[in-house]
Design a protein around this ligand. Structure first.
Ligand code: CS2
Ligand code: MG
Length: 403
């Protein structure tokens, strides 16, 4: 019987920080798992290195479910982003290994194709409305059928999601948290106007998405959702902090604008009521932060019972390993909705050689056995860890708000 011979925690920073777990079996088969938690990377690296790796060596790599239960129940201290990201990395690496041993791409182990490709949405943003419209046009010309639109709010410096410079949008820039001002009033007055400008210029053939990014109270979110109804958004994302599951009931009472939540929720128990009470339309949990492929499938299977679709998070701070795993899951599940695809910096792909391809607005996994991603240690060694924090938002009166 093959056993787990080695488990390495790999930290590198090609364009941004990534933590990766590589498991090697006694037969020399390797598997990769993303363990990146933006702004708290070393917490997961330590959870893996100091607490999980000693438990993995000698285990049967084929026993994916048993390993998941062993690591989840055996910790006693359950759930939370650090624990679930560490378990996710182990789980994903074991699925990668299982695919390589079987000689099959992971999606074949998940039931095979349910669709030809994975519809994705890209990120358009701008310092003002003309710049935003140019960026929407750029993405449409690149072949995206779905685009998220964010732009700066006049009078509020550093609005979320507005990217400037070259490369890929990365919010975690500060060696200490950047403190960004926030004005709900100015945002609520402005957001509907710039989203309307996108519809005015590009019509309704394009799926239009918007990320509120946890910023509103339930009644403010209800007001925004109602105001956006004529724009027929694909979704309004994170309208209010996701952990306040009850809050979504109030929003639901006032608007038919679809709601997407869950990128920062990390277990089926954290999305259970959102799904079973149909408080959301899309659940955004991910392979990397919600316990890996094994647990994410459970979440999406529960969601399927309530006609809730998947809409997994896919920002640049999720590595190409979890993006490849996401595409395998997205290809196979029956209730796929859409996959976020922010892309990565060129240097990142020098470390993570991924065979995922983009065409006609969709991502496609490779048919290579496993996930179809290889990790280049030599290139990775050129990019030492670079501690960075996510920003903190403060209202104009100086009090802390949700970033
Ligand atoms: C955002 C993320 O892509 C999104 O939907 O919410 O970019 C989020 O801000 C980052 O992943 C946080 O690290
Ligand atoms: Mg988001």
């Amino acid at each position: 019987m093959s056993t787990i011979e080695r488990a390495e925690v790999l930290v590198t920073s090609p364009g941004r920080n990534y933590v990766t777990l590589r498991i090697t079996t006694s037969d020399g088969v390797t598997g990769l798992g993303d363990a990146t938690l933006n702004g708290r990377e070393l917490a997961v690296a330590s959870y893996l290195q100091d607490h999980l790796v000693p438990l993995l060596v000698g285990r049967d790599p084929a026993r994916i479910e048993d390993t998941w239960q062993y690591l989840y129940r055996g910790a006693y201290w359950r759930r939370g982003p650090v624990t679930m990201t560490a378990i996710a990395a182990v789980d994903t690496a074991l699925w990668d290994i299982k695919g390589k041993v079987a000689g099959l791409p992971v999606y074949q182990l998940l039931g095979g194709r349910s669709r030809e490709g994975v519809l994705v949405y890209g990120h358009a943003s701008g310092a003002d409305v003309p710049a935003l419209l140019d960026d929407v046009a750029r993405l449409r010309d690149e072949g995206y059928h779905a685009i998220r639109a964010q732009t700066a709010v006049p009078g509020v410096a550093g609005t979320y999601g507005v990217y400037s410079g070259s490369g890929v949008y990365e919010p975690a820039k500060g060696s200490l948290p950047d403190e960004q001002p926030w004005s709900t009033e100015k945002y609520l007055d402005f957001a509907p106007t710039y989203l309307a400008a996108v519809r005015e210029k590009f019509g309704f053939d394009l799926h239009l998405l918007h990320d509120v990014h946890h910023r509103l109270t339930p009644i403010e979110a209800a007001r925004l959702g109602k105001e956006l109804e004529p724009l027929r958004l694909f979704w309004m994302e994170d309208p209010t902090p996701a952990e306040d599951q009850e809050a979504f009931r109030l929003i639901r009472q006032h608007t038919t604008t679809p709601i997407a939540v869950g990128e920062n929720l990390t277990s089926i128990w954290d999305v259970q009521h959102l799904i079973t009470e149909r408080l959301v339309d899309y659940v955004r949990t991910t392979v990397v932060h919600a316990g890996g492929i094994t647990h994410l499938r459970r979440i999406f299977d529960l969601a399927a019972l309530y006609q809730v679709r998947s809409g997994s998070h896919g920002a640049g701070d999720l590595s190409p390993v979890s993006m490849a795993a996401a595409v395998h899951v997205d290809l196979a599940i029956p209730n796929f909705g859409i996959q976020e695809h922010m892309g990565h910096a060129g240097q990142t792909y020098d470390v993570f050689r991924s065979e995922v391809t983009f065409s006609d607005g969709m991502l496609h996994p490779s048919d290579a056995p496993g996930l179809g991603v290889e990790y280049d240690d030599e290139v990775a060694a050129r990019f030492p860890y670079d501690p960075k924090y996510l920003p903190v938002a403060r209202r104009l009166d100086g009090s802390v708000h949700d970033w």
